[in-house]
Design a protein around this ligand. Structure first.
Ligand SMILES: C[S@@+](CC[C@H](N)C(=O)[O-])C[C@H]1O[C@@H](n2cnc3c(N)ncnc32)[C@H](O)[C@@H]1O
Length: 284
């Protein structure tokens, strides 16, 4: 961990601290960045002290341990949940811990899979559905940037679009999203993908990752008009991955059927269900 970055903790880190205190242990290993790296810190009567001078008291550790839906940032020896009310969308966005990479909650909806697979495995499945990732990539919905970061490992360039400044703020504080802000190959655009995509030239992208929020939050991103735009900006021979949701759930099953139909109507020659990636792949 770079010590210029703030310390971010969740119940996953807090619970072992409380156990160690009970057992009278004086040094513990802890991750200051939600599991990415580990350091050893001394346990004292007051709490724990981090190498960057930040101090975390036992009351705060207990508070963190009790929340399974929030991650906390430690600044000036004080914790606060990583959560913002987005005035732009009137939605609350927050960073939600898992045993692996955190997810984001927007208006109470989780933005990644967290049951059976964690957000990083979820990301790898999305990427695998349209591998190899080559050329210019369009990522229609940045979120925490996991798909953009993963795609940038092999792509020439990744253009990624985020509507909500609140979501962007959460990504900035997420240790797992830092490459989004430091990878030169990733170009971030703040705006509505529905409008921004209209401004791109025909055949501009070799791959498109379309990972929108659930249908009820962003119906226009599942519309025939939007699919026509995605078709237009995709290169001939290109591939589109479209996240839809658990194909076995009643709601997502219905959305998948409609999406398959509209994608074909938009011009995609072949549209294939990818149940392991909770979505579909469309070929041009
Ligand atoms: C499921 S998340 C994307 C997750 C992302 N692929 C990742 O790897 O972390 C959906 C994101 O789309 C954003 N969003 C919602 N409506 C949008 C729109 N019209 N245009 C662009 N982004 C939008 C949400 O704010 C949210 O951050």
């Amino acid at each position: 961990m770079q010590m210029t970055q703030p310390i971010v903790l969740s119940y996953i880190q807090a619970e072992p601290l409380l156990k160690a205190k009970q057992q009278g242990i004086t040094f513990v290993e802890i991750s200051p960045d939600l599991g990415l790296t580990k350091i050893i810190v001394p346990l004292t009567h007051e709490g724990i002290a981090f190498p960057n001078g930040e101090h975390l008291d036992w009351r705060s550790i207990e508070k963190i341990s009790k929340s399974e839906v929030n991650c906390f940032i430690l600044e000036d020896n004080t914790i606060r949940p990583i959560q913002v009310f987005s005035e732009y969308t009137n939605r609350v966005c927050s960073l939600m811990p898992t045993k692996g990479a955190p997810s984001m909650l927007i208006a109470g909806f989780v933005m990644h899979r967290i049951k059976d697979v964690d957000p990083m495995q979820d990301t790898l499945r999305k990427i695998a559905a349209i591998s190899p990732i080559v050329g210019r990539v369009l990522d229609t919905a940045t979120g925490l940037g996991y798909t953009a970061i993963e795609a940038a490992k092999t792509a020439d360039e990744v253009v990624t679009i985020e509507l909500d400044p609140g979501a962007q703020q959460i990504a900035r504080l997420n240790p797992w999203s830092q490459a989004l802000f430091h990878t030169p190959k990733i170009r971030q655009i703040m705006g509505d993908a529905y409008e921004v995509v209209q401004t791109f030239e025909d055949g501009n992208f070799s791959r498109i990752i379309h990972d929108p929020p659930t249908f009820s939050l962003a119906g226009e991103l599942y519309s025939g008009v939007f699919y026509q735009q995605l078709f237009r900006v995709l290169k001939r021979g290109g591939r589109l991955y479209h996240y839809i949701g658990d194909p076995n759930s009643k709601a997502s099953g219905g959305v998948t059927k409609g999406a398959l139909k509209r994608l074909k109507e938009a011009g995609f020659t072949r549209v294939v269900r990818k149940p392991e990636a909770y979505g579909v792949v469309a070929y041009k």
